[in-house]
Design a protein around this ligand. Structure first.
Ligand SMILES: [Zn+2]
Ligand SMILES: [Zn+2]
Length: 380
């Protein structure tokens, strides 16, 4: 009896089965934790990547919005930059695109500016942002894993509870839910080990993501809605795009579908929009604001013979009634310069000429490109 109680060999033999079962359970638990941790990290890769690209795109959009002169103001400022760059390029088809499809033209200008910025600043600015976001996110995930483990241990919860805590803590940064792990078998997971596995595995996932990060893939990997150019287009292009029925100048109201009248500080030479003098093939050199001040002149709002006096232009129909065009509006030498510079192109485009009544005044021809561009600074 004494031996049975006090002989360590005998004692251990007796405990053998009990210890074996604990050891076995530990091994299983460790394996489960390792496998489970690995699965979690793998399943997190895609949501992590999405979150990182989204955050980096947002940070970048903010930075571009404050650093890029064409994009750091309102739409009028942007329009000024567009007109300057059109004048510098000197391509008629680009002007025509801007005149006919302003919204699309603005959008592609923004996209070009943003792409240029990304190309120029990739190493200086984009890459560091991505690295910082990777670091932040990794910290958040590790904290979530740690706190979930503590919570579950306090509450003696199971792995489902652990996952619930974990996904809830990350819900504002990752699109990832318990459902993403449904079907994965996870009995007897040792939480402390699970946390260790995540601590070890996560940096590999992060470095995979950062290795794939480059100038070429950045745009490809971004979701359509989270591209920095789309974010900026959202900021700058959600406004009124109604164009003057005479000269196609764009209403400058910053609200889409506004109640007030449409208005724009500068109207353009009407011939730019292909408007001609009735019964001739001569393009018009009139500017809306001078026309509305005249008592005698009239226009033909449609293809019929119906004529309307300019001073009561609003009565011409739906397209005209909401426009506020007043004689006190300023004039922009830019459009006079444009008509002179692209006279041939406009004539060819509309198959009409600037002749007779539509003769371009001589003083317009004195305006230099530089003066035209400088006049745009009146814009804001
Ligand atoms: Zn106009
Ligand atoms: Zn408007």
């Amino acid at each position: 009896m004494f031996r049975e109680v006090n002989d360590p060999v005998l004692y251990l033999k007796k405990k053998r089965n009990e210890y074996y079962s604990i050891f076995k359970k530990y091994c299983d638990g460790a394996t489960s934790a390792a496998i489970f941790g690995e699965i979690i990290c793998q399943k997190l890769k895609r949501p992590i990547e999405q979150s990182l690209y989204k955050q980096t795109a947002r940070d970048l959009a903010d930075e571009i919005r404050s650093n890029c002169p064409s994009l750091n103001g309102n739409r009028s400022n942007l329009e000024k930059h567009i007109l300057k760059s059109l004048a510098e390029e000197g391509k008629f088809y680009a002007f025509n695109d801007y005149i006919q499809y302003p919204k699309d033209h603005f959008k592609s200008f923004i996209t070009d500016e943003v792409n240029q910025y990304i190309r120029d600043q990739f190493i200086i600015s984009v890459q560091p942002k991505m690295n910082k976001n990777i670091e932040d996110l990794q910290k958040k995930i590790l904290t979530a894993a740690h706190e979930s483990t503590e919570d579950v241990e306090v509450k003696s919860g199971d792995v489902d509870l652990w996952l619930k805590f974990f996904t809830q803590m990350l819900s504002d940064v990752l699109i990832f839910s318990v459902k993403d792990l449904s079907g994965v078998k996870h009995d007897n997971v040792f939480f402390k080990l699970l946390e260790d596995v995540i601590i070890t595995e996560l940096p590999f996932i992060m470095s995979d993501i950062s290795r794939e990060f480059s100038t070429d893939t950045f745009n490809v990997k971004l979701d359509a809605n989270n591209r920095p150019d789309e974010i900026l287009i959202g900021h700058l292009c959600q406004c009124c795009w109604v164009q003057c029925p005479f000269c196609r100048a764009i209403c400058t109201n910053t609200i889409e579908d506004h109640d007030e009248d449409y208005s724009v500080p500068f109207h353009r030479v009407n011939g730019i929009n292909g408007i001609k003098y009735k019964g001739t093939t001569n393009l018009s050199v009139e500017i809306c604001k001078t026309q509305v001040s005249s008592n005698m002149t009239y226009f033909y709002p449609d293809s019929t013979d119906r004529r309307v006096f300019w001073r009561v232009y609003r009565s011409a129909g739906e397209r005209f009634e909401k426009w506020s065009i007043t004689p006190d509006l300023a004039e922009l030498p830019y459009w006079k310069w444009f008509v002179c510079r692209f006279q041939k192109d406009l004539e060819k485009h509309y198959k009409k000429t600037f002749q007779n009544r539509g003769k371009i005044p001589d003083e317009w021809r004195q305006i230099t490109r530089q003066e035209a561009v400088e006049s745009l600074d009146k814009y804001i």
